[in-house]
Design a protein around this ligand. Structure first.
Ligand code: ADA
Length: 567
């Protein structure tokens, strides 16, 4: 299940998770592969990362996955992937008739995509999915070798076969209009293979009907807008994360989603949740694990949410790509606020002025918002971590991408994490200013941290964005788990704990200057194999986690917990 609850009661959905046939093809060009002639010599788990299994650990190349697909009738079906890395090309083979067709290609991981199966007779097919985890800046500039995380390969999230028929729900957006009155809006987009005419529409919330009747649908696609009030409904907040179950039935199709009644807005330097000022206390989180890579089992997600909550956090920044929708489901339930970010890391102006790169970014943003916009936990959208926003030529990219987010979802503030506040040229395009900074680690000493942080507040004034909320979106130090000695210097657990104590004291005692803090970071993770990273990263890992890669706590864990929970 790609969510923690069933999304459909009426639409037939088959999970394609399981053990697929597999072969590692290596350094082969995708277009040279004849999918119907492939020989499979291994088996692989879906979802999963083939390159975390001992046999293929650390390998890069083209791979092929195969399984049988049964279509019970000739209706339109939709093959839905929640995430696959990094270039995914799907083919459908009809061995009886000796035909093969390419269904489509997806560039970039961490987001949902689908391929539709149309005009196919009922029967048994072979689905062959070519998955390429090579770093290929020309074809897939979203995944670059220099980035500070290991780019795992494989079909990493759930795969489902949906029978969508000839009228289906494309998307559903639910937004709070009035928190106290319990008023919300719903925008449903539908599509059809032929004009549907009159069809039944039923909308219910928490099992209670809100609307039931017939609706006239004209054309082959359209949108249905509604507003409803839930009298006496409880507001969603970190302290009381009340969720509502919405179920829409339209003709033969249906869709369930959950939502929470809450608002998020910016007023001056404050971030307001349900009208109340909020100080974010949290961590950055990478979807990484030595055994599972980016493919996160549900029990790992449950553990992560438990641990993050245990530390007294109310906030998680999903660095540096969209987090698994099931993680967001768990955050919705636990009342954890989330910064959901489109993939990006230290892109140069060369990328930010490149049309292909920007069109891929747009695709990623659309997919991210489309799949995760109803999560009440998501309070911020972010883009392009630490990219060249100080170069004049980059500004149009920021205008375009932040503008797209605002058009798709005007209800949430937008931001990007900047690591050069002194000369940034795009901060005025953000609702929330977010700064990554590493005093006491990459430069100067722990004693200088308060002064360095205050300098950021000064830079914001200089750049004329001093009137907006400021989040310190990364700050931290490496600590090798288990390394403690009397010097207590850099790389040791006590050094990290002392550095974070200084940071937290300063930020929590200046709530008017800092709307939030996201410590870098929750979990240790494997960095990229690129030599520039390995030379700066002991074990080839980024060790700035409060817990190690297996989620075992370091000394800093207790410090953060004490400081985040005491006030
Ligand atoms: C940057 C970057 C992070 C990580 C961090 C570090 O701020 O955004 O992804 O690489 O530095 O550990 O140095």
């Amino acid at each position: 299940m790609s969510r923690v609850f069933p999304e459909h009661h009426r639409r037939r959905v088959e999970s394609l998770n399981g053990l697929w046939d597999f072969t590692f093809l290596g350094n082969v060009t995708t277009r040279d592969v004849k999918p119907a002639e492939l020989r499979f010599d291994d088996r692989m788990a879906v979802p999963g990362c083939f390159d975390t299994t001992p046999r293929y650990a650390g390998q890069r190349g083209l791979t092929a996955y195969q399984r049988t697909l049964r279509l019970t009738d000739g209706a339109r079906h939709r093959l839905r992937f929640e995430g696959s890395h990094h270039i995914t090309t799907a083919h459908l083979i009809d061995r009886q008739r000796g035909t093969s067709r390419q269904l489509g290609q997806q560039i970039g991981g961490f987001v949902r995509f689908h391929f539709d199966l149309q005009d196919l007779p009922a029967g048994e097919y072979d689905l062959v999915v070519l998955v390429d985890n090579r770093i290929d800046p020309a074809r897939c500039p979203l995944h670059q070798a220099y980035m500070d995380w290991y780019h795992h390969g494989g079909i990493t999230r759930d795969v489902e076969l949906h029978r969508v028929g000839d009228l289906w729900i494309e998307s559903l957006a639910i937004n709070t209009l009035d928190v106290t009155a319990g008023k919300f809006s719903l925008a449903l987009e539908w599509a059809a293979d032929r004009e549907p005419g009159q069809v039944p529409l039923t909308i219910s919330c928490d099992g209670r009907p809100l609307e039931s009747g017939n609706i006239q649908l004209t054309g082959k696609s359209g949108r249905i807008d509604r507003q409803f009030t839930l009298p006496g409904a409880k507001v969603w907040s970190p302290e009381s994360p009340t969720l509502h179950d919405l179920h829409v039935e339209l003709g033969p199709d249906d869709l369930c989603d959950r939502f929470g009644l809450r608002t998020i807005e910016v007023r001056g330097k404050d971030l307001l949740l349900n009208g109340q000022p909020l100080q974010l206390r949290g961590v950055n989180r990478h979807e990484m694990h030595p055994q599972f890579g980016h493919a996160q089992p549900l029990d790992l997600l449950v553990q992560d949410v438990q641990i993050i909550k245990d530390m007294g956090c109310n906030f998680v920044r999903g660095s540096h790509y969209p987090q698994d929708p099931r993680f967001l489901d768990l955050c919705d339930q636990a009342g954890l606020l989330v910064w959901q970010e489109a993939i990006g890391w230290q892109h140069k102006a060369e990328h930010l002025t490149n049309e292909y790169f920007l069109s891929l970014q747009e695709q990623q943003i659309r997919a991210m918002i489309g799949a995760t916009q109803n999560h009440p936990s998501v309070i911020l959208w972010g883009i392009l971590n630490e990219s060249e926003s100080h170069i004049p030529a980059s500004r149009p990219a920021y205008e375009r991408l932040l503008g797209l987010i605002r058009r798709l979802d005007p209800t949430r503030p937008v931001t990007y994490a900047c690591n050069h506040p002194q000369d940034d040229l795009c901060l005025d395009l953000c609702d929330v200013v977010s700064i990554n900074t590493y005093p006491g680690w990459y430069w100067r000493e722990i004693e200088n941290i308060p002064q360095e942080l205050d300098a950021i507040v000064g830079f914001m004034r200089d750049r004329k964005v001093g009137d907006r909320p400021l989040i310190i979106s990364e700050i931290g130090a490496e600590a090798l788990a288990g390394f403690r000695d009397w010097n207590a210097d850099r790389w040791s657990e006590p050094y990290q704990a002392r550095l974070l104590e200084t940071v937290i004291h300063h930020i929590l005692s200046h709530p008017k200057d800092y709307a939030g803090l996201a410590i870098w970071l929750y979990n240790d993770f494997r960095s990229s194999e690129h030599v520039s990273r390995i030379m700066n990263r002991a074990r080839g890992f980024n060790n700035k986690g409060l817990v190690d890669e297996y989620r075992r706590p370091k000394m800093s864990y207790d410090v953060v917990k004490r400081l985040f929970t005491q006030s």
